[in-house]
Ligand binder design. Structure first.
Ligand code: DX5
Ligand code: ZN
Length: 214
C-alpha cells in the first residue's frame, strides 16, 4: 500500500522536523492540502510554505487543491515541485481542459470527489487521469470520522478503471487508520492519505510503516 501522510496534521511550528521524519519513512509521497476558505470552510497554507516544503522534502509531492478555480494556479503548483496536482470535480466547470493543462505542465493529474459526488461522473474522463482521490470525509479539516460508503465507491471505481483500461491510482483521504485502512486495502485502494493517525501517534515513523504493510 502506498502511504501519503498529510502535512495538515504536522507541527506547523517545526515543519522541517516532521519532513525529515517523512524523508526517512516508508511514505510514498507527501500529501499537501491547500484550502482557500471558499471551496471549503477553512484556510491551510499556500505557495510560500510549499516552496519551503519542496526544498526540504525528498518524496514526491501530492498536492490536493481544495480551492475554487484551481486552473488559475497550475504554474504556481508546478513551481512548488508537485508530482501530482489534484483538483476537485466540484470546483471545475471545464474539467477536461484543466486535466490536459495539468499534464501539459508536466505533472500527473488527479481529480478528487467529495463524499456525495458519484464515481460514475468520471466515466468520460477516467482514461485521462493519473489519480482519483475519493474523499472519505467532507474536506476542510483533519481528524474527522471515516464515511463507510467510501468502501463501495472504491469498489465501483476499481471496476470503472478496469473496464476503461485506465492507469489511474485510487487514493482515499480522510479518517484513515489501521482499521479503515485495511478495509480500503481489501476494497482496492492504491494510496492512503493519513493525517491525524500518523502525526498524532506515538511513533509516526512506525505508523507509516504499519499502514504501508496493509
Ligand atoms: C481534509 C484533507 C485531508 C486531511 C486528512 O480536508 O483533505 O487530507 O488532512 O486528515 P485525517 O487523516 O486526519 O482525516
Ligand atoms: Zn487531502
Amino acid at each position: 500500500m502506498q502511504v501519503s501522510p498529510s502535512l495538515l496534521s504536522a507541527d506547523f511550528g517545526n515543519l522541517a522536523c516532521d519532513i525529515r521524519m517523512i524523508n526517512d519513512s516508508d511514505a510514498s509521497m507527501l500529501h499537501l492540502d491547500v484550502m482557500d476558505g471558499v471551496f471549503v470552510p477553512n484556510i491551510s497554507f499556500g505557495f510560500p510554505v510549499m516552496q519551503h516544503v519542496k526544498e526540504l522534502c525528498d518524496k514526491p509531492l501530492d498536492v490536493h487543491l481544495m480551492i475554487v478555480d484551481p486552473q488559475k494556479f497550475i504554474h504556481e503548483v508546478k513551481d512548488c515541485g508537485a508530482a501530482f496536482m489534484t483538483v476537485h470535480y466540484e470546483a471545475c466547470t471545464h474539467l477536461h481542459r484543466v486535466v490536459q493543462q495539468i499534464k501539459a505542465a508536466g505533472m500527473r493529474a488527479g481529480v478528487a470527489l467529495n463524499p456525495a459526488t458519484p464515481v460514475g461522473l468520471l466515466r468520460d474522463i477516467i482514461a485521462d487521469l493519473d489519480m482519483v482521490l475519493l474523499m472519505s470525509v467532507n474536506p476542510g479539516f483533519g481528524g474527522q470520522q471515516f464515511i463507510t460508503q467510501t468502501l463501495n465507491k472504491v469498489r465501483e471505481l476499481r471496476s470503472l478503471i478496469a473496464v476503461s483500461q485506465s492507469h489511474a491510482l485510487i487514493e482515499v483521504d480522510g479518517g484513515v487508520n489501521m482499521q479503515t485502512g485495511s478495509l480500503l486495502a481489501e476494497a482496492g485502494a492504491d494510496v492512503l492519505v493519513a493525517g491525524n493517525y500518523v502525526f498524532k501517534s506515538a511513533n509516526p515513523h512506525e505508523t507509516i510503516a504499519a499502514l504501508s504493510r496493509l
